[in-house]
Design a binder for this molecule. Structure first.
Ligand SMILES: [Zn+2]
Length: 219
């Protein structure tokens, strides 16, 4: 039983028992975990913290057997002024990933505290998927391994990337402009073309085996 401090990005707040709250968050040290905040729904509230989704807090945490409890909130460092759809979608993606390492904390909070322009979301999406090993393959055929030649190329959502003509091709086309937009986002600037963003999100949905509910209208 050990108490420590860490910054925490709050993904979901879930009412629990009479007046407790379960907070699903990404901690800089712990990665994604459920944290129990005792009496956090009591009024008046000793916590002086809204635990609102998308906020970043500095918290004291104690690990008890297999779960974590919050023992104090030191500061509420960031609270989103509004929950635009790209924020809701980013939080949903993090909530649905099977696990999120603490090393994703900076990428996640970098997006949450940005202006949340389309390019900011794209950078978040691409970086998270690469860190999680979920990125599509565009350089070699995912079926036979043969090298891609020129653009446009045929890609498949279900198969995870480029499928050469010998292997039957995919159901979508990626152009040179689509691929260039991806290289720009890798490099830290620009934004994905609509087709490229849709392809990464389709790919993520297949990898998560789930429909992203916030996706409509967000990206
Ligand atoms: Zn092939």
């Amino acid at each position: 039983m050990r108490e420590f401090e860490q910054s925490l990005l709050i993904l979901q707040r879930i009412p629990y028992k009479d007046s407790d709250l379960l907070v699903l968050g990404v901690g800089a040290l712990t990665g994604k975990e459920l944290f129990r905040a005792r009496s956090a729904r009591k009024i008046p509230n000793k916590w002086k913290c809204s635990f609102s989704e998308g906020s970043i807090i500095r918290a004291r945490v104690m690990k008890l057997n297999n779960y974590h409890i919050l023992t104090g909130v030191i500061s509420e460092d960031y609270v989103p002024a509004k929950h635009d759809l790209s924020l809701v979608l980013a939080l949903e993606i993090l909530a649905r990933l099977p696990s999120v390492e603490g090393s994703l904390f900076d990428i996640a909070t970098g997006f949450v505290t940005s202006n949340r322009e389309p390019g900011d979301f794209d950078k978040f999406l691409v970086q998270v998927m690469i860190k999680e090993g979920l990125q599509p393959s565009f350089n070699r055929c995912v079926m036979c391994g043969s090298k891609r030649e020129g653009f446009p190329i045929s890609v498949s959502v279900a198969r995870g990337g480029y499928v050469c003509a010998n292997c039957g091709g995919g159901e979508l086309e990626i152009t040179e402009a689509d691929y260039k937009s991806l290289l720009e986002v890798y490099g830290g600037s620009g934004e994905l073309t609509g087709q490229m963003r849709k392809y990464w999100l389709d790919h993520l949905e297949v990898a998560l085996d789930a429909k992203l509910l916030a996706r409509e209208g967000a990206a």
